[in-house]
Design a protein. Structure first.
Length: 679
């Protein structure tokens, strides 16, 4: 497509998705009661607030907890650190315009702390409050702005992004200082060199556990070192779609001594990295300190203004500010306004002009302080959305490194891409793409990443694949390596033979002893011959659950815990939200994670138990047919992977059939027969 079709196409898709997200959110808040929202994990009821003073960046912090006498634990919820929440009084409409929104800055088992940009209204410090998960459309607006900016790109750059011209490269050259990370393998080194030689863009294809972020860090380190040697300062951006991925980049860059500045709301940054945030660093800049003094002075004057008459319409009676000032100076009156009122309005206006100047001077000083921090940074780190914020608007980077790029929609990636002269992207298009809620937007390929589209257009000349993985035992890695990565994925010697026995104490407190199957890294438990293992759909739900599989998950996890495996080393995942909710109801162990497959992408654990759920006579597997979801499911475990499913249902999809056949060939297959155990 040409540039006009491209912009029109993606603008329409972004608008569709934006409207869908807002519609679903508002519809649910209106349709469901507060109690139902809390049960779904999207609200907290009966909360009370207590001020925690000012936090980083001058944010107003309020801690909320349940209003019961004891320490009541908060229910499971999607309300996590970094999300936007809406505070309202119980029994009133959440949509009242006085209800404030804030960002969750901290969460414990008993409380959440919310950061407000402005002082919140007094009611948030009372009892009987409701806190709702909230959405806004800032990110969508920034995507739309990026699409408008696409039109203004140089023609050559547009042609390369649209596939109408070929990207250019310099000759490959070994870095003069060598590689900073001596442990980089051959494929990682090649990827780094090819990225540095790219004049336009390059892709690092990193299958699970292959260290694509490590390769990104090496590229940034090489660019920074080159600048230091040349005694010049390039502008380097390190970005990703999620705050977690950006924090990972910040942490690694900070460890190797790069002057990195993290841009974004401090509440969305993990506490250990907040010293690298703009809000923290700017406090040491003299201009910022002066600005805060001016703000303090202006706020004191605002308090004095309360004792004078506000020139509101009933007293102003159509008079301009200039006329009021003139009348007051001459001691005159007009239009029936008492002299004392005119004098009071004049005093108010005098003070208002003073506060306006103080606030204006403070803003100018703050902007200078922020620009100084950004200018002195070697690397700026931010989410794609934040790259489009006012703070970074107008900033142009020499190089952008975008991690987890296959989890971003194309318009989201475009925000960072357009801010840089050249860019690299790291990701894996064989894993799950971003979730799109609007069906029409999904059909229009909004879920296809820019990474994947560029790969289809330009092929291997712009891609380097990392081929050594450092996560999985070789038996766990065998199937995804063959099925999704053309047999090119190899297990490093440090992980190829590790198994669960390495983590177990010699004498567990339970007295249980490990059995041979405990050492098996890859196990498929087949429920096809057992009653009580059929899927079901709860009334009013579109998800699925499987009571039999849930009980089996609990039994397997309890056995592993009895053998001495730590809860924090185990994860239970399932493709279905209702199955996750069911398992959580039946099984609560501090530290043991139970999540959806989609929610666990990018994560890893020593042991992963997967419940596939689907079990029916028609062989219907639903969205399990998206094999990227299977790839994510089976590549999270380091030492032991336990898959639970009905082979007769799953084998209707050929990939699952091959998976089960490999489990049988490797001695990792068990069939459950009623209550009699395994055969």
């Amino acid at each position: 497509m040409n540039e006009h079709e491209y912009v029109r196409h993606f603008t329409a898709l972004v608008e569709l998705e934006r409207e869908e997200q807002m519609r679903l959110h508002e519809e649910e808040m209106q349709r469901l009661s507060g109690r139902e929202r809390e049960e779904k994990g999207r609200a907290f009821l009966r909360m009370k607030g207590k001020s925690q003073g000012l936090g980083l960046g001058g944010k107003h912090l309020v801690r909320f907890r349940k209003q019961s006498k004891g320490n009541e634990t908060l229910p499971d919820s999607e309300i996590e650190v970094g999300v936007l929440v809406l505070i309202s009084k119980q029994g009133t409409s959440p949509w009242d315009e006085d209800n404030p929104t804030g960002t969750v800055a901290e969460k414990t088992s008993y409380s959440i702390t919310v950061a407000f940009d402005d002082a919140p209204p007094g009611f948030v410090f009372r009892k009987d409050l409701r806190i709702d998960l909230f959405v806004n459309d800032i990110t969508f607006q920034r995507m739309l702005e990026a699409l408008k900016n696409f039109r203004r790109l140089p023609s050559v750059k547009k042609a390369k992004l649209l596939g109408n011209a070929t990207p250019a490269f310099d000759k490959l050259r070994e870095p003069e200082t060598g590689f900073f990370n001596a442990k980089l393998n051959k494929s990682q080194r090649e990827a780094v060199l090819r990225c540095l030689a790219a004049r336009d863009f390059f892709l690092i294809h990193g299958p699970p556990g292959t260290g694509k972020t490590i390769a990104c860090i090496e590229i940034i380190a090489q660019l920074v070192e080159h600048d230091r040697e040349q005694k010049r300062s390039s502008k380097i951006l390190a970005a990703a779609d999620s705050n977690v991925a950006v924090d990972n980049l910040v942490e690694r860059l900070d460890e190797i001594g790069v002057k990195v500045v993290r841009i974004g709301h401090p509440a969305r940054v993990i506490p250990s990295l907040r010293k690298r945030t703009l809000d923290y660093l700017v406090q040491a800049v003299p201009e910022y300190t002066k600005a805060q003094e001016l703000r303090k002075k202006a706020n004191a004057i605002k308090e004095r203004m309360k004792s004078f008459s506000v020139p509101e319409m009933r007293w102003r009676r159509g008079l301009s500010d200039e006329t009021i000032m003139q009348l007051a100076s001459e001691g005159k009156t007009t239009r029936g306004i008492p002299r004392e009122k005119i004098a009071g309005m004049r005093n108010w206006l005098d003070l208002k002009h003073g506060t306006d100047k103080l606030f204006g001077d403070a803003r100018a000083l703050e902007e200078r302080a922020v620009k100084r921090i950004i200018h002195n940074a070697e690397v700026i780190c931010a989410t794609n959305s934040t790259v489009g914020s006012e703070i970074l608007k107008g900033e142009r980077f020499d190089f952008a490194v975008i991690d987890e790029a296959t989890q971003s929609t194309e318009p989201s990636s475009l925000i960072s891409v357009l801010s840089a002269k050249r860019f690299i992207m790291a990701g894996d298009h064989k894993q799950l793409p971003p979730t799109i809620l609007n069906d029409e937007a999904a059909r229009g390929n909004l879920s296809k990443s820019l990474f994947e589209r560029l790969l289809e257009l330009h092929g291997d000349k712009i891609r380097a694949m990392l081929d050594v993985q450092y996560r999985m035992n070789e038996e766990i890695a065998e199937f995804p390596g063959k099925e999704f990565y053309g047999g090119k994925l190899k297990a490093d010697t440090s992980v190829k033979g590790h198994n669960l026995l390495d983590l177990m104490p010699e004498k567990p407190n339970s007295g249980l002893k490990p059995e041979p199957e405990d050492a098996k890294p890859f196990l498929f438990v087949d429920t096809c011959s057992s009653e009580g293992y059929r899927e079901r759909t709860r009334a009013g739900s579109t998800s699925k659950e499987n009571a039999g599989e849930a009980k089996l998950v609990v039994a397997i996890a309890e056995r592993l815990l009895s053998l001495g495996v730590k809860p924090e080393d185990i994860a239970v995942i399932s493709p279905y939200v209702d199955q996750v909710a069911r398992i959580k109801k039946e099984f609560r162990v501090e530290g043991l994670e139970i999540k959806t497959v989609d929610g666990f992408q990018g994560r890893e654990k020593e042991v992963v138990i997967v419940s596939f759920v689907r079990s029916n006579k028609s062989g219907e597997v639903g969205f399990l047919r998206d094999l990227r979801r299977l790839n994510v499911s089976i590549t999270r475990a380091k030492r032991k992977l336990v898959l639970i499913g009905d082979s007769r249902t799953l084998e209707s999809e050929g990939c699952y059939k091959r998976l089960i056949e490999l489990a049988k060939a490797r001695g990792g297959y068990k069939r459950l027969v009623g209550d009699e155990g395994f055969v």
